[in-house]
Design a protein around this ligand. Structure first.
Ligand SMILES: *Cc1c(COP(=O)(O)O)cnc(C)c1O
Length: 419
């Protein structure tokens, strides 16, 4: 469910006409719907209401302060993966007791800052890291909570770049080593190793991989209980898939009905880390057509947004629907009569495309909306080709708010020095 809909012939975000936003704020422009974000959060909350989990929104999906604040005010915690995201969490005054921190490469400084903020727990991804957090906690005279991120060695059946639960990936700790850690918890006197963390991948459309991973963990936890090692938390991560094209992802209600029996049987306090599910379909990227280039073999629509703005098509071969802001008239709507086009950006890379082989009929100066761009869109954007990053707008209560100003050329060079 999202709030980007046509009214008569124009695309709207909630009650706001997108074309007006494109004119007011210029393009390329990210536009998010607060209502959609909150609806998605509520859906998760409702589906899991039987166990009242802590829902930590995964900040890396879209880390704009306004979006973090919107979710935190609604009751979410945050799942962070860097000192920069910790800084954002502090900036919006997220309760430290609702912050969990994963990443295979936390530095000493990042660890100390997170301990000083008093975060709920670290999701630890190696023995080296565990030792380091223990040392830093000792030096700071703090007792720090940690969960062990377990790599369950299952295949989540998603793109290989967003698979994190196979042993050949860098994530988590294998089950044998994890067992060792729990049985020897005493060697980490400054840690309270109280939980297990799982995050098996992203854009997972079926519940089977989750069930497989959680079932593995259930046996693991039962084994520990027999050894008198009792845990408090089970964090099952994020990864819920959304509709980009013709996927038929499980609904969160289906997902919950499948995993809830297992989670109840395990009986630990559950933490969830949804990212994409909450913001993915709550955002679009609006781009303007600069040129139309019809070559003997192919037709290109060249727009003012590129892979620096939205890298998912280039990086993951991801599909995003691309539609004009205005519905084409009935005659030109004979889509089958329209030549296939590639929608590409201005960047000097062949991989710079937003969509390939689409039937879209637009002219120079028209705007296109790239749908499903709310997650891993702006947050993965860069300044490649010295392109200022796009502006971001949040539509909330039918008003639009500029939540990130477009970067300027001055911004591009402001930290550089000529010597
Ligand atoms: C990226 C990430 C998530 C969120 O994943 P989505 O697929 O966006 O739900 C959750 N937990 C961890 C540890 C992550 O790295």
């Amino acid at each position: 469910m999202h709030h980007f809909k046509f009214r008569r012939n124009n695309l709207f975000c909630e009650n706001v006409k997108i074309k007006d936003l494109a004119e007011k704020y210029n393009t390329p422009l990210y536009i998010y719907s607060a209502k959609t974000i909150l609806d998605h959060f509520s859906k998760i909350e409702t589906a899991f209401s039987a166990i009242k989990p802590l829902i930590c929104y995964s900040a890396k999906a879209n880390s704009n302060l306004a979006i973090l604040k919107l979710l935190v005010d609604r009751g979410a915690g945050l799942d962070i993966v860097s000192g920069g995201e910790l800084y954002r969490a502090k900036k919006i005054k997220c309760s430290p007791g609702k912050v969990v921190y994963a990443s295979v490469g936390k530095t000493e400084q990042e660890i100390a800052e997170a301990i000083n903020y008093g975060i709920k727990m670290f999701n630890v991804e190696s023995v080296d890291e565990l030792k380091r957090i223990n040392e830093i906690a000792g030096a700071l005279r703090k007792k720090v909570s940690a969960a062990i991120r377990i790599n369950p060695d299952i295949d989540p059946k998603t793109h290989k770049y967003i698979t994190t639960a196979k042993l050949e990936t860098k994530f988590g700790i294998d089950i044998i080593t994890a067992r060792d850690i729990f049985l020897n918890r005493k060697v980490y006197p400054h840690l309270n190793i109280a939980g297990i963390h799982l995050h098996i991948g992203s854009q997972i459309t079926q519940s089977a991989p989750f069930i497989r991973a959680i079932t593995k963990i259930k046996h693991f936890i039962k084994g520990l209980e027999r050894k008198k090692v009792n845990l408090k938390y089970l964090n099952i991560g994020g990864g819920l898939g959304i509709v980009y094209d013709k996927e038929k992802p499980q609904t969160v209600k289906d997902f919950a009905s499948r995993v809830l029996p297992l989670l109840k049987e395990i009986g630990l306090k559950v933490i969830l880390e949804p990212g994409r599910f909450i913001v993915g379909n709550a955002g679009i990227l609006v781009a303007k057509v600069i040129y139309i280039k019809d070559t003997p073999v192919k037709k290109f629509i060249i727009v003012d947004a590129g892979m620096n703005d939205l890298i998912r098509p280039s990086l993951y071969d991801a599909y995003h629907k691309i539609i004009p802001l205005e519905k084409p008239s009935a005659i030109s709507h004979q889509l089958s009569a329209i030549k296939m086009v590639d929608v590409v950006g201005p960047i000097c890379e062949t991989a710079d495309f937003l969509g390939k082989s689409r039937r879209i009929n637009v002219k120079q100066g028209d705007c296109l909306a790239v749908l499903g761009a709310g997650a891993y869109g702006f947050s993965m954007s860069s300044n490649y080709n010295s392109r200022p990053r796009a502006a971001e707008v949040l539509v909330k209560n039918n008003k639009s708010y500029l939540i990130r100003k477009r970067e300027t050329y001055r911004d591009l060079v402001k930290r550089e020095e000529i010597c």
